[in-house]
Design a protein around this ligand. Sequence first.
Ligand SMILES: Cc1cc2nc3c(=O)[nH]c(=O)nc-3n(C[C@H](O)[C@H](O)[C@H](O)COP(=O)(O)OP(=O)(O)OC[C@H]3O[C@@H](n4cnc5c(N)ncnc54)[C@H](O)[C@@H]3O)c2cc1C
Length: 431
Amino acid sequence: MSGTNIILEKVSLVIIGGGPAGLAAALEAKRRGLSDILLIERDQQLGGILNQCIHTGFGLHYFGEELSGPEYADRFSLAFTTAGIACLLETHVLEITPDRILTVISPQGIRQIAAGAVILAMGCRERPRGALGIPGTRCAGILTAGLAQRLLNLQGLMPGHSVVILGSGDIGLIMARRLTLEGAKVEAVVELMPYSSGLTRNVVQCLQDYEIPLLLSHTVVETHGRERLTGVTIAPVHPQSQKPDLAQARFIACDTLLLSVGLIPENELSLGAGVVLDPATRGPRVDQSLGTSQPGIFACGNVLHVHDLVDDVSREAEQAARSAVAFLNETDSPGRPCEPSSLLPVLAGPGIRSVVPQLIARDRTPETIRLAFRPARVYRAASICLRDSQGQLVLKSRRRILTPGEESRLEIPAGHWPAVTAGHWQLSIEE
Ligand SMILES: Cc1cc2nc3c(=O)[nH]c(=O)nc-3n(C[C@H](O)[C@H](O)[C@H](O)COP(=O)(O)OP(=O)(O)OC[C@H]3O[C@@H](n4cnc5c(N)ncnc54)[C@H](O)[C@@H]3O)c2cc1C
């Protein structure tokens, strides 16, 4: 976007998003001695999605305490304000160019900012109903679990009284409990896969403790109702083909269907900046510095890959900030594109759905690398194996249980730094 009357300001580091990722990144950059930082948030307040997560379960790893979402966010917001870091609220970043010119809009108008480095921390969004294609009418009473959470927790509006939840992601599980506590009857949580896609602790604490049925290997095949939802038809699915068995379909009367069917990184700005995305995570493809394919553009938090725990988001954001500061100081070369020969791809092999980082830049200072990965299915007593292109074992770690609902990690100590100059590493699960 261009305009003769738009002033171009210059800022060393711009962070997009004032959720836990953006806040932790800003604070770490400040701790590293950078003063020229600007955080941009489209909402009226800082804290991101945590503001609507009034349940506890946040901060066990980072603070060693069990906090609610707003409490966790407040700790960072307070530190952020005390540190005197510049911030624009109610300001939406519309576009980033590959050379880091941002176009932003706010009630004050449009402005452009030239950034020395950018940290993407825009979070993720929920997969909507349209992405599922369930047959039926487009009546009221069908909404995503996150929207229902926002209505209930921030606006005091009850989304419905008899509820079916499609998908057993964490937001759906949390909302099953929340709606029950508010007096609704949650008829069932219906999950396509033969396992829950949420954390085990949420299945226990949000469903089992309240005797809410979890119907695995089931799906909603039709919605009913004209003005308002009157019920849904559900059916079991074949475990392999996932085709519904309509002969066993049954009707459940309900006035609300909540969708908790996955999260997608907010990737429009990344795409506009020419950042290469990973087809599995749908977030930017990064190396261990969390640098994207565009020099000086880093990513962290749910915009990079969907996290289960906010504690991991905060730690990852701190890493992105350290890399951005090093890029600005030119003390190392994170965030600068490497020669292809110095980039070692880390591939998701058998049993692995996605892995982050997807690249290891060999020309960086060796340090411990934490690979975050999601298993493709449930494994018990299995090994995570990292092998080189010749199939030689680099690292192996035994795990009691691995499930797609829980992102796992494998630490590669600096001593295992790739010696080879070609090929790839492959992460797989071996039984
Ligand atoms: C319902 C729910 C329950 C959860 N429960 C737990 C739990 O019990 N324990 C736990 O540890 N974790 C939990 N999590 C996970 C944790 O809350 C998230 O991992 C974390 O909030 C992600 O942080 P983020 O900063 O990446 O994204 P967000 O919190 O989504 O923040 C992103 C920010 O970027 C802003 N933004 C986006 N685009 C733009 C733009 N173009 N311009 C300006 N600003 C922009 C958004 O407004 C938002 O404020 C839960 C998450 C959800 C959704």
